[in-house]
Design a protein around this ligand. Structure first.
Ligand code: FE
Length: 389
């Protein structure tokens, strides 16, 4: 038996932020947001105004940091307990939305701690106190539709990857105007993160007839629009905002694979952005996984119109297409070219591979990956040598 869960309502298109007025009848909203960008571009004010005009009392929780901490989450939950909102509105990049999801859990269940909810599917029922609205300002993580949230305990350097359908938002608002402010480098990194979500979801062990069409459509839209989006085209940016969400719907249910396992650990160890690590790893992992799921990669290649007479040729075309996108987006294809020191790699590679093997994403990878395999893939992605094992 399997489960497929998405937000109940999704509003999309230019100006869809106005749909917050559908919250008529609700009494109190807390807005959770990050740094200053939503304020700078006027979106925070807009959200506040719409909610107030709709008749809600509004409170702000600002300043959620990138990679939000346990302390921020507990602080937000406490403010929620004092204020008593029946709507939580999170607006911004992945971090404030992730933080707000965790605050929501401790608002509804003040007796719990992170230790109680760190295992997948251990979060109790929510929505007795509040519903959850997510408005993403970046096009990549898709946390507005996923069952995931990542919170960091900086005292122990442990990351809690919360995973439970109870934290899948109730309402997602995809207003392309809000995401149109992303600078090109962020477009490239978050866009390749979304491409990785879609490709990993299509080949993950929990992929299903429900997630596959979402993943395929996401891949084809990203392939069509990521470069134009990088070059600032407004329509392409809008398409990327939609496509990353489709990818999120797919991977929230089908899960991911070892591109993400390795990206989680290399990102932290090499201090490189998540999307960049995915972009580097993706071609190497496709080559590695193709030993067991070449047919699925060939299906992707065929769906986006790449050439090849055999599954092998189609898979190679897909790898070449990812390499082409990386080149066009000015993403250097190896860790070495991204400035990672060779001695540093050698010193840490065992640690990275061991930890990547324990990452929750490793379990849903189509090919069972040993620590030794992960180490070899990392070496290939460092030096740019082909994966042929
Ligand atoms: Fe990701």
């Amino acid at each position: 038996m399997a489960r497929f869960t998405l937000p109940r309502d999704l509003y999309f298109g230019a100006g869809s932020i106005e749909e917050l007025s559908n919250l008529k009848g609700k009494k109190k909203a807390i807005i959770v947001t990050g740094g200053s960008s939503m304020q700078k571009f006027g979106f925070l004010k807009k959200v506040e105004d719409i909610l107030t005009k709709t008749g809600l009392e509004v409170k702000l929780f600002e300043g959620v940091e990138p990679d939000p901490s346990v302390e921020t989450v507990y602080r937000g939950a406490k403010e929620m307990q004092e204020f008593g909102p029946d709507v939580i509105v999170s607006i911004g990049g992945g971090s404030p939305i992730d933080a707000a999801k965790a605050m929501w859990v401790f608002y509804e269940h003040p007796e719990l701690t992170f230790d109680d909810i760190k295992d997948p599917f251990s979060i109790p029922e929510l929505r007795k106190k509040a519903i959850f609205v997510a408005i993403p300002s970046t096009s990549g993580t898709a946390t507005e539709v996923t069952a995931f949230s990542v919170i960091t305990d900086y005292s122990t350097l442990v990351k809690y990857p919360l995973a439970d359908f109870n934290i899948t938002p109730d309402i997602a608002i995809l207003d392309p105007d809000i995401a149109s402010t992303m600078p090109p480098k962020l477009v490239a990194h978050t866009g390749m993160d979304a491409m990785t979500h879609a490709i990993e979801a299509y080949t993950a062990s929990l992929a299903s007839p429900f997630s596959d069409p979402l993943a395929l459509k996401a891949i084809s839209m990203i392939d069509d629009s990521i470069v134009d989006s990088y070059n600032g085209d407004k329509d392409a940016k809008g398409d990327m905002h939609t496509a990353q969400c489709l990818a999120g719907m797919a991977f929230s249910n089908a899960l991911l694979g070892i591109v993400h396992s390795l990206a989680h650990k290399t990102g932290a160890q090499f201090d490189l952005p998540h999307g960049l690590c995915n972009a580097i790893m993706l071609p190497y992992v496709i080559a590695y996984n193709s030993k067991v799921c070449m047919k699925k990669y060939a299906e992707i290649a065929r769906f986006i119109g790449l050439s090849g007479a055999t599954d092998k040729q189609l898979t190679n075309s897909l790898i070449e297409e990812i390499n082409r996108l990386n080149r066009t987006l000015n993403i250097a294809p190896t860790f070495k070219e991204n400035g990672v020191d060779e001695a540093y790699l050698k010193e840490h590679i065992d640690f990275i591979a061991e930890n990547a093997q324990k990452d929750p994403c490793t379990g849903s990878n189509p090919r069972e990956a040993s620590v030794e395999d992960l180490k070899k893939i990392l070496e290939c992605a460092y030096y740019g040598t082909p994966v042929n094992f």
